[in-house]
Design a protein. Structure first.
Length: 339
């Protein structure tokens, strides 16, 4: 089977290795489209090595497979794949899968058989973000996806319980992290309903914008009306935005405040102030929280906040399952076919 693959291959990394291993395992011949200097400059935001230099290193790397291949220049995402009668399959990543779809549409318009699409899984770095040559050039990771520096996480809050919760969860998921505090001025002091969600989004945006960190985290708690019960539940929301601008969301369990506290909060008084007055505990929200007092210490605010943070991280931990282009199922199918 004749297989094609395309890319800039500025720095060959482990993600590229999986692409080529798939291509050479499936095919007897591999056609590699290598972006020209002009095309590479138009699509990349980092410096790209000269075509001839990239081609030389690519040929040296591909010789290890002991199979025939050819490297050809491409000046657009489609390359020769749409017009070649001899090609039978294309190997792509989840990021480039839409290009394969476009290629097959053009092939069908020209009367050619569509290419079999082999989509590899995403290959991620220590910080659960996809490995790319651009990230390597920027000095974030090495070719194997190892971070050169700790993952920086900015939290828009002055509440130490939130900061502590973020550090615990991110450390469990990613390993070595550095926490940066960012102030979130001008946000609603007692949000209600979906204003709570917007508050967490605004905090996360502030955190990532002010810090230049890898992740910005916003955490906000608010009262949500439950019409079926005629009551309000306190629910904590978390928004996480990474340096690429991608956001993920989650929330923790909900619980009910004493009626007098709910009434005061609905009248605009901050819950923390009401609970401090009720319990006699100064700044109760910065200690074990209202939930710590109400649950008689069974759960504290840090633990409650950790749940919301972890829920917001789930789409990042299992990112391959959360793509909405239908490729997750197709990727699984192609993996099965290769096995």
């Amino acid at each position: 089977m004749r297989v094609c693959i395309g890319g800039t291959f500025n720095i060959i990394h482990v993600g590229h290795e999986l692409l080529f291993e798939t291509a050479f395992s499936a095919g007897d011949f591999v056609l590699v489209g290598l972006t020209t200097d002009e095309f590479a400059r138009s699509i990349k935001k980092v410096p790209v090595r000269a075509y001839e230099e990239r081609k030389r290193d690519l040929q040296r790397f591909l010789s290890r497979y002991g199979r025939p291949f050819e490297v050809v220049p491409i000046s657009d995402p489609i390359g020769p794949a749409a017009e070649s009668k001899d090609l039978e399959a294309i190997v792509v990543s989840p990021e480039t899968r839409p290009i394969a779809k476009e290629i097959n549409e053009r092939r069908e318009q020209s009367g050619f058989s569509p290419l079999r699409v082999l989509c590899i899984r995403e290959v991620k770095a220590d910080d659960a973000r996809v490995i790319s040559a651009s990230r390597i050039v920027r000095g974030e990771i090495d070719r194997d996806g190892r971070r050169w520096n700790p993952i920086r996480v900015a939290v828009a809050t002055g509440n130490e319980t939130k900061v502590r919760a973020v550090k615990r969860v991110f450390t469990q998921v990613f390993g070595y992290v550095e926490i940066v505090e960012a102030r979130a001025a001008g946000l609603e002091c007692q949000p209600l309903g979906e204003g709570t969600i917007q508050g967490s989004i605004d905090r996360a945006k502030t955190a990532i914008a002010e810090s230049g960190a890898d992740f910005g985290v916003g955490i906000e708690a608010g009262l949500f009306p439950i019409s079926r019960l005629g009551r309000h539940f306190d629910v904590q929301y978390c928004t996480i935005i990474d340096s690429d601008g991608k956001a993920s969301y989650g929330h923790g369990p909900g619980f009910e405040y004493p009626p007098s506290v709910t009434r005061a909060a609905l009248d605009g008084e901050p819950v923390g102030d009401v609970m401090s007055r009720l319990t006699g505990i100064e700044r109760v929200g910065h200690r074990n929280g209202s939930i710590g007092y109400l649950s008689n210490g069974v759960i504290d605010r840090t633990s409650l906040t950790e749940i919301a943070i972890l829920m917001a991280l789930i789409p990042r931990i299992r990112e391959e399952l959360y793509r909405d282009d239908g490729s997750a199922q197709a990727d699984s199918a192609s993996d099965t076919a290769r096995r």
